[in-house]
Design a protein around this ligand. Structure first.
Ligand code: PFF
Length: 450
């Protein structure tokens, strides 16, 4: 049976669906707020274009050439004598670790959709705090049920495989997500706060830029583009061989960046219009936004419901992509059936996810912590700050140094990359990306501090 492949648009949307996620709509706006706006956005944009894009194209290149799960693709693509590079393919495990908390956050979003529909959104900051803290700290059962719903959705889509599952879900959810965000942006353009939001996001105040902000911007560039854990290898393994990985990576980077910027400008228009505080941290969309929107009466409640639905779509398409690499690994290497691979993997992260939920509760928090750090945070830190950059480093070294010179011809012929761009890409993979990643990791471990 011929291998099922994405259509061209299907691949771009699936890869953009992987990239565009909670990182764009929830995390990017709040870290921009925490690190002072424009200067942070500037560093983020530079990093995404220079490092993120290069690694994304490299990762897709491995998948395109290998045509299999991440481990097998590395093995097939590696030159003779260097086949142990296959172990780099185990970077897909990071996706499973991310899913243990990512699915929980999607569950929180489901809860907020339910609150919007049932008229239960908080109307004051005190109430917003209680609502959120109760969900996260006191109601593990509620959080677990929503986490279960997210897991069932992901499993149902993955059961359909590349065409009927992943491509179809993205062809439906991604255009809807973009339409909702654009609609909300157009709505927010009427506010005085819109101008302030643009100034906040795009007028850099360099005095606010510190080393921590730079490190966060580099880390976020990896997370937001979904690179460093084999997702893009696995998806690109099923892309059309007539498609250029370079162009696909370009479109995915553009869409991902554009959506983050739209989400940021839209949210900050609301924040400034209603004189709320920009540097709120993770509570920005779960606490501040509902309080602002409920001031607008029924319109606000409808806007909140629409916003949380868009956020859920973004999260679900990424969740699908975080799980597929593991599923594909078991199908290819152990010849499991797709249903078996899907059920085993989703059950696994569902169960471990419960420990992440419990680690945030008052009653069980201490039992589900490592050295005082809740498991939820430990899963997040270990992936975001260690495993994804490490995965990115391996990809950069593999494509930049290990793959033989004919990469150049292939990139020019199959992928229609002009020589100039090829040279910049290769330079970035060989020098800029490894240097930035090593700097970031040393900084994370406190070995160097600037
Ligand atoms: N890029 C996703 C986001 O911004 O939320 C998160 C993510 C998805 C990371 C898939 C890694 C991945 F493979």
């Amino acid at each position: 049976m011929a291998k099922a492949r994405f259509s061209r648009v299907g691949f771009i949307l699936a890869a953009a669906g992987a990239a565009v996620g909670l990182g764009n709509i929830w995390k990017f706006p709040y870290i921009t707020g925490l690190y002072g706006g424009g200067a942070f956005v500037f560093v983020y944009l530079i990093t995404v274009m220079l490092i993120g894009f290069s690694i994304l194209a490299a990762e897709m290149f491995i998948g395109y050439k290998g045509g299999k799960d991440a481990v097998t693709s590395f093995e097939l693509v590696a030159p003779e004598g260097k086949k142990s590079w296959k172990f780099a393919g185990f970077m897909f495990i990071s996706g499973m670790i991310i899913m243990t908390f990512y699915s929980v956050v999607i569950g929180w979003i489901f809860h907020y959709i339910y609150l919007s529909a049932s008229g239960g959104l908080p109307t004051s900051m005190d109430e917003a705090k209680t609502t959120f803290d109760t969900l996260v700290g006191l109601s593990p059962l509620t959080a677990t049920l929503w986490h279960l719903l997210a897991t069932v959705f992901v499993a149902a889509v993955l059961m359909g495989g590349i065409k009927a599952g992943i491509e179809k879900a993205n062809l439906i959810l991604m255009p809807m997500l973009m339409a909702i965000l654009l609609g909300l942006l157009i709505y927010a353009m009427n506010f005085d706060g819109f101008g302030k939001a643009l100034a906040f996001m795009f007028e850099p105040d360099w005095s606010k830029l510190n080393s921590e902000a730079i490190v966060r911007a580099v880390g976020h560039a990896f997370f937001t583009l979904s690179i460093g854990l084999g997702t893009m290898i696995t998806y690109a393994a099923s892309m059309s061989h007539k498609q250029s990985v370079f162009k696909a990576a370009f479109w995915v980077t553009m869409l991902d960046t554009l959506i983050a910027l739209i989400a940021g400008v839209m949210l900050y228009s609301f924040i400034f219009q209603f004189h709320a505080e920009p540097g709120q941290g993770p509570g920005l969309v779960f606490k501040t936004l509902p309080v602002i929107l409920t001031q607008l009466g029924t319109t606000g409640t409808v806007l909140a419901a629409i916003f949380f639905i868009a956020l859920a779509f973004a999260g679900l398409t990424s969740a699908i992509s975080l799980t597929e690499p593991a599923v594909e690994y078991f199908i290819q290497r152990f010849h499991w059936s797709r249903p078996k691979a899907v059920i085993v993997n989703t059950t696994l992260y569902f169960i471990i996810g419960i420990s992440a939920i419990l680690s945030y509760t008052k009653t069980y928090g201490a039992a589900f912590s490592i050295g005082g750090t809740p498991l939820f945070d430990a899963f997040e830190f270990s992936t975001d700050s260690i495993l994804l950059p490490l995965g990115g480093l391996l990809i950069a070294i593999f494509v930049g140094y290990v793959l033989p010179e004919h990469t150049r011809e292939e990139m020019r012929k199959h992928h229609r990359v002009p020589l100039r761009f090829y040279k910049i890409w290769r330079f970035s993979l060989r020098y800029i990306a490894p240097a930035a990643i090593i700097f970031m990791m040393l900084n994370n471990f406190g070995i160097i501090k600037i």
